[in-house]
Design a binder for this molecule. Structure first.
Ligand SMILES: [Zn+2]
Length: 463
C-alpha cells in the first residue's frame, strides 16, 4: 500500500492523525522550546500536542484514539517553512536571463517572455515550483504573478498553502480598470478556497510599474475587500533614483501618502530603504520580505535587516522567483540572510540562528497575518517538516539552530505535511508524479518560449 492509499484509507476511517515520537521537536522560533526527545500529536489536521516525549500510557491513549504511530528516531520535526515572496510560475524562465541589472533584466528579457505566457504555462510552471518548494520543506508561499486562477489550481493540486495576488501594473485607464476587476473576481472566487489553504491579496507589482493614481485605486479596492497588499519596494538603486527624481520622495513615502500602509502589507525586498523609510514601515506595521539571494544576484545590495528588526519591523524570508534566484530553497536563504547581514554590519552577533529560523517560520506567518501556522503549537494547523538523519554535511549537529541555518539544505527534507495531510513521504510525493509533471511542463514550455534566447555570454562590453 503506498502513502497516498494509506492517507485515503485513514480519512475513510474517520480522519484521525499521527503521533510522532522521539524527535527533536523545534516548536517555534526564535525562543520556543526545543524538545529532545519530544513528541508531536496531530488530529484532523491540527496540532493537539507538541512537547516532551509522552509517557507510554499517554502514547497508548492516543493510539487507542486512532492516531497512527510515526517514530522519528531522533530526526528533527519543525514548522513548515514560509516563503513570503515568489513568482512560482517563473520556473519557466529559470536560467533564461542571467547576469543583468534589474531593470534591463525585466524590461529587455523577462517582460517580453512573459507576454508570451498562457494560463496553461502558468499552471505547469507553478506546479513545478510547488514540487521544488515541498521538496525543500516549504509549506506556504506568498505568490504574485498573472493567470492566477491557473496558479491557484496548481497550488490546490500540490497540497500547499498559499497567499496569492494577481500581479497588477497600471497602464492606461481602461486596462487598469480591467486588471482591477480581474483581481477582484479572483479574490471573490479563490479567497478561502482549497479547504482554506488559499488566501488572496492584492498585488500591485511596484511603484515603477503602477502610477500613483492606479496605486490609489488598488489600495481603495483592497480596503473595500478586506484584502492585504503584496508589493515590490525599493529593490534596486536605479529604480529608487528614478522614483526620487520623478516624485521628490522615496517609494515608501509615496506608498504611505497613498494609504497603502494602512492595509496589512508585505513589502518585498526593501533593499534601498532610508532610515526615514524604516520609521514609516515600523509605524504602520508593514512586514518586509527579505530576499537576499535575488538581491545579491541582481546586484541590488543587502537590505538593512538588522536596522529594520531594531525598529520593530517583522522581517520574513522569501526566495523571489526562480528566474532571479535560481532556486526556491529557503534553507539556503536562511544561511545567506545570516551571513550577508554579518558581513554588511561587520558584526557576527547580528541575526543569530534562532532569529533566522523565525524569519522562515513564525515571522513569515506574522507577515502573512496567518497566526495558525509557523509554529508547532496546540491548535495550529499541522504544517510540518521532518528532516533526514544528519549526513556528513550536518554531523554531529551539536545545536539544532546552527544545524538548520548553517548546515542544512532543502535536500535534507524527508517528509512534509500540510494541514495534517502527508504530501511528501520519505522524499516521494504522495499525490503528484514528478516525472509526469516535468514532462507536461516541458511540452507547454516548448509552445510558449521565445524563438531564440536573446541573452548569451559573453555579455556586451560595458561603456
Ligand atoms: Zn519579486
Amino acid at each position: 500500500m503506498d502513502a497516498a492509499q494509506k492517507t485515503e484509507n485513514r480519512s475513510k476511517a474517520g480522519g484521525t492523525g499521527y503521533l510522532f515520537t522521539d524527535g527533536i521537536v523545534v516548536t517555534s522560533a526564535p525562543d520556543g522550546p526545543v524538545w529532545a526527545p519530544g513528541d508531536v500529536a496531530v488530529r484532523n489536521g491540527r496540532i493537539i500536542y507538541a512537547g516532551a516525549a509522552l509517557t507510554p500510557a499517554r502514547r497508548e491513549k492516543y493510539f487507542r484514539e486512532g492516531l497512527q504511530h510515526w517514530p522519528l528516531g531522533g530526526r528533527v520535526i519543525m514548522p513548515g517553512l514560509i516563503n513570503t515572496h515568489t513568482h512560482a510560475a517563473m520556473s519557466l524562465l529559470r536560467g533564461y536571463a542571467e547576469d543583468r541589472p534589474l531593470l534591463e533584466w525585466l524590461e529587455r528579457l523577462v517582460f517580453p517572455f512573459e507576454s508570451r505566457l498562457s494560463g496553461e504555462a502558468v499552471y505547469w510552471g507553478t506546479l513545478v515550483s510547488c514540487m521544488e518548494m515541498i521538496r525543500g520543506g516549504i509549506t506556504t508561499l506568498n505568490d504574485m504573478y498573472f493567470f492566477m486562477e491557473d496558479a491557484a489550481k496548481a497550488v490546490a493540486d500540490s497540497g500547499m498553502r498559499a497567499v496569492l495576488g494577481w500581479g497588477l501594473s497600471g497602464i492606461d485607464a481602461q486596462s487598469a480598470e480591467r486588471a482591477l476587476a480581474q483581481a477582484e473576481e479572483f479574490y471573490q472566487k479563490w479567497n478561502g478556497a482549497a479547504g482554506g489553504r488559499i488566501r488572496v491579496c492584492m498585488a500591485p507589482h511596484a511603484t515603477y510599474t503602477c502610477p500613483p493614481a492606479f496605486l490609489a485605486q488598488v489600495v481603495e479596492r483592497a480596503a473595500a475587500l478586506g484584502a492585504g497588499l503584496h508589493i515590490h519596494v525599493a529593490e534596486s538603486p536605479e529604480e529608487c533614483r528614478r522614483h526620487q527624481e520623478q516624485f521628490g520622495e522615496t517609494e515608501v513615502a509615496t506608498l504611505e501618502r497613498l494609504g497603502a500602509w494602512e492595509l496589512p502589507a508585505v513589502a518585498a525586498h526593501c533593499v534601498q530603504v532610508t532610515s526615514g523609510d524604516i520609521r514609516i514601515l515600523a509605524r504602520h506595521g508593514v512586514a518586509v520580505s527579505h530576499n537576499p539571494t535575488s538581491n545579491l544576484k541582481l546586484g541590488n545590495g543587502i537590505a538593512p535587516v538588522q536596522e529594520m528588526l531594531d525598529a520593530g519591523i517583522t522581517v520574513a524570508l522569501g526566495t523571489d522567483g526562480p528566474a532571479s534566484n535560481n532556486n526556491q530553497d529557503l534553507f539556503q536563504e536562511m544561511r545567506l540572510a545570516a551571513i550577508a547581514q554579518k558581513g554588511r554590519t561587520h558584526d557576527p552577533t547580528v541575526l543569530p540562528a534562532p532569529q533566522v529560523v523565525a524569519m522562515a517560520t513564525q515571522w513569515g506567518a506574522k507577515a502573512l497575518r496567518w497566526p495558525e501556522i509557523g509554529a508547532l503549537k496546540v491548535g495550529n494547523w499541522a504544517d510540518l517538516v521532518i528532516l533526514r538523519k544528519p549526513m556528513s554535511h550536518r554531523w554531529p549537529a551539536w545545536d539544532v539552530w546552527s544545524d538548520l541555518v548553517y548546515a542544512c539544505h532543502g535536500g535534507d527534507v524527508q517528509d512534509v505535511l500540510v494541514a495534517g495531510q502527508v504530501i511528501l513521504k520519505n522524499g516521494q510525493f504522495t499525490a503528484l508524479d514528478e516525472g509526469w509533471v516535468l514532462a507536461a511542463a516541458q511540452m507547454v514550455l516548448e509552445a510558449v518560449k521565445p524563438p531564440q534566447r536573446n541573452v548569451a555570454w559573453p555579455l556586451p562590453k560595458r561603456e
